[in-house]
Design a protein around this ligand. Structure first.
Ligand SMILES: [Zn+2]
Ligand SMILES: [Zn+2]
Length: 640
């Protein structure tokens, strides 16, 4: 694919970076330097560890190269010539391997700028002087070819834009993102903790973060109740057989934790001297009976004969739940249903576990255990459209309450030329039209993306844009024709005959972990009063008002407000500063005069000093602000 003009600028910067690296560190061995979505990098093998000062020197040298106005010249060569060029430059270590990646018959090209020449397919800007706005940003470790078994190289990241204004804007956004980083704020505001000894990617919700999660869950649950959902609870594990029936195992086994074996079963395979590979094969195998059932239900060879083993060979175990669907399906199937009962809407803040590579883990937004705001709706074909609409209206309510009005949706449709999709074409048409129609009602931009449907049905994804313009993919609504078949679900229709229900999976906010991580960054830790872990802090001016301050604390807590009292003996200024650092929405200053008059001096984090209010009026106002789930009414600029 040809590069866009911006990609050409960024990729050319990679070459110029490599040029500068070789000028300052001639012994460096180069790997590759592609453009990225927001800039560029180059992977470099060098014994010297790059420092921040090196980045400054390298950037200055890059500017020098740009000033030299070097043309980027393309040179097509034979494989032998290519090897010769690479050897003459002493760059055999990685470049020969990269050369070998180019298949026979493909063109082999080099690009030269000044004294530097690099194996590259292109394309680039015509002259290095076109590179006017770039910046080196950071150094990270990166395994050669992304493989942990290979040597770790040093990756220098940078970014570049067509002009200085766009670069400045991007750097400002990066700075904002750094200030809002949920990992940093999570630590500063004591919202969550990740402990290596508990495990990477496993979130420990500390008391402050737990408040936010609890409030969000309460809010979402209230909305679900209004929409006729029923709440359920299910265990964190389920038998392997369940996931063989659903198809989640072994198809998605790489994205899941390995099965948990019962100790008896484990002892048995050990006693049999069963080799490890055989243990896995026996875990993954199915009984002839299960294969027959699933193939009969799906009407095709869903489970192939080679997966079948004699019953005596099968090894059962448990899985950490990768999805909540099979558990909810079993709840639905535990009772007979008539069309009059439908839709059945089962909701659970259900915790699931997925295996993510450790390099992919990131604070709360990429984790190995997370709690989905999950629900499964079982409905008739005719009800799909209305139910999808209901899901979207919930999303709209929640996002607008959180001040996230800026979002778009993607409607994933089937690829009409592919046959990987299960279910009848006519049903697909109806479901796709239902998703499209529902998306239209949102009044936000939506795109249709053919080929992006799940194999079992179309879906709607939500992408929100936060206050500094970054996009976050949240959760989805998916229509599913497949699992009701695999689990042989049915309801009795008006004709007294059994019919197949349609399932809708929906977790519109994705997971509580991810959603909270996004919210921390969206609010920069300045949560609206109803979400703030500490809503009010009482600041007595001196020893003399400690007693009335304690009485006020008891009063606020009795009124259901999350209040604390700063009993430190330092000056009021220090107490105010501390409340600001902790981002407490309200500080109530209590001096003797106010105490005697039955009032408090109110300092709002959003609006500053608000003067003295009678205690009753103050309590009433705080309670009203919590109850309305109002967003902070900011007169101050974005917090530092
Ligand atoms: Zn290139
Ligand atoms: Zn599901």
């Amino acid at each position: 694919m040809p590069m866009t003009p911006l990609e050409e600028i960024r990729h050319s910067c990679s070459h110029v970076l490599a040029t500068a690296v070789l000028r300052l560190f001639p012994e460096a061995k180069l790997d590759i330097g592609p453009p990225t979505e927001t800039g560029f990098y180059y992977d470099i093998d060098l014994d010297h560890r790059f420092t921040a000062e090196d980045l400054v020197r390298l950037e200055a040298e890059m500017r020098q190269v740009a000033d030299e106005n070097q043309p980027f010249l393309r040179k097509e060569v034979s494989r032998e010539e290519a090897v010769e060029i690479i050897r003459s430059r002493g760059q055999e270590r990685y470049k020969l391997g990269r050369l070998a990646d180019i298949s026979e018959g493909e063109k082999i090209s080099f690009y030269q700028n000044g004294e530097f020449i690099d194996l590259c397919a292109g394309t680039h800007v015509r002259y290095s002087s076109k590179l006017k706005a770039f910046k080196l940003l950071s150094i990270a470790g990166a395994y050669h070819r992304g493989d942990e078994r290979n040597k770790q190289l040093q990756r220098i990241y940078g970014t570049a834009f067509a002009n200085k204004e766009e670069l400045a804007q991007h750097l400002h956004q990066l700075e904002q993102a750094r200030l809002r980083d949920h990992r940093k704020l999570g630590r500063d505001l004591k919202l969550f903790h990740i402990d290596e000894e508990v495990g990477q990617g496993l979130i420990l919700w500390t008391p402050n973060g737990a408040v936010i999660r609890q409030e969000l869950q309460t809010f979402i649950s209230e909305e679900l109740r209004k929409q006729g959902y029923a709440q359920v609870f299910t265990p964190h594990i389920g038998k392997l057989e369940l996931y063989k029936t659903s198809g989640h195992f072994p198809y998605y086994k790489d994205a899941q934790f390995a099965p948990v074996l019962e100790s008896d079963a484990l002892a048995r395979v050990v006693a049999e001297n069963c080799p490890c590979g055989e243990v896995f094969a026996r875990l993954e195998a199915v009984s002839g009976q299960l294969r027959e059932q699933i193939n009969a239900r799906t009407g095709r060879e869903t489970i192939t004969a080679d997966r079948v083993r004699p019953d005596a060979d099968l090894l059962d175990g448990f899985m950490l739940k990768p999805m909540n669907c099979p558990h909810h399906i079993k709840i639905f199937a535990s009772q007979p249903h008539s069309y009059r009962d439908l839709p059945v809407r089962l909701a659970e803040f259900g915790t699931v576990y997925r295996w993510e590579q450790s390099g992919e883990l990131n604070g709360m937004t990429r984790v190995r255990g997370f709690t989905q705001d999950d629900a499964h709706l079982f409905c008739t074909e005719e009800q799909v459209a209305a139910e999808v609409l209901g899901c979207l209206s919930l999303v709209r309510t929640v996002l607008s309450t959180l001040g996230m009005a800026d979002y778009r949706v993607r409607v994933g449709l089937r690829d009409p030329d592919s046959n990987k999709y299960t279910g009848e074409a006519a049903n697909w048409d109806k479901a796709e039209e239902a998703c499209r129609a529902a998306a239209r009602t949102l009044g936000v931009p939506f795109t249709e993306e053919p080929g992006e449907a799940a194999f079992y049905g179309p879906k709607i994804d939500f992408v929100v844009r936060d206050v500094i313009g970054r996009e976050w993919q949240l959760g989805t609504v998916q229509v599913d024709y497949n699992l009701p078949i695999r689990f042989d679900l049915s309801y009795i229709g008006p004709d007294n005959q059994p019919h197949r229900p349609v399932m809708i999976h929906r977790a519109p906010f994705g997971s509580m972990e991810r959603f909270c991580g996004v919210l921390i960054e969206h609010f920069a830790g300045d949560f609206p009063l109803w979400l703030a872990p500490e809503q009010v802090r009482i600041l007595p001016i001196s020893e003399k008002t400690i007693e009335p301050a304690r009485a006020l604390l008891a009063r606020l807590r009795a009124e259901g407000l999350r209040a604390t009292l700063d009993e430190h003996s330092d000056k009021l200024g220090a107490k105010i500063r501390r409340a600001e650092i902790d981002k407490v929405p309200y500080a109530l200053v209590l001096g003797q005069k106010e105490a005697e008059a039955g009032g408090v001096s109110v300092r709002s984090r959003a609006r500053g000093d608000e003067g003295v209010l009678a205690t009753d009026a103050c309590v009433a106002r705080l309670r009203a602000e919590v109850a309305s789930r109002a967003l902070p009414d900011r007169r101050k600029a974005t917090p530092a």
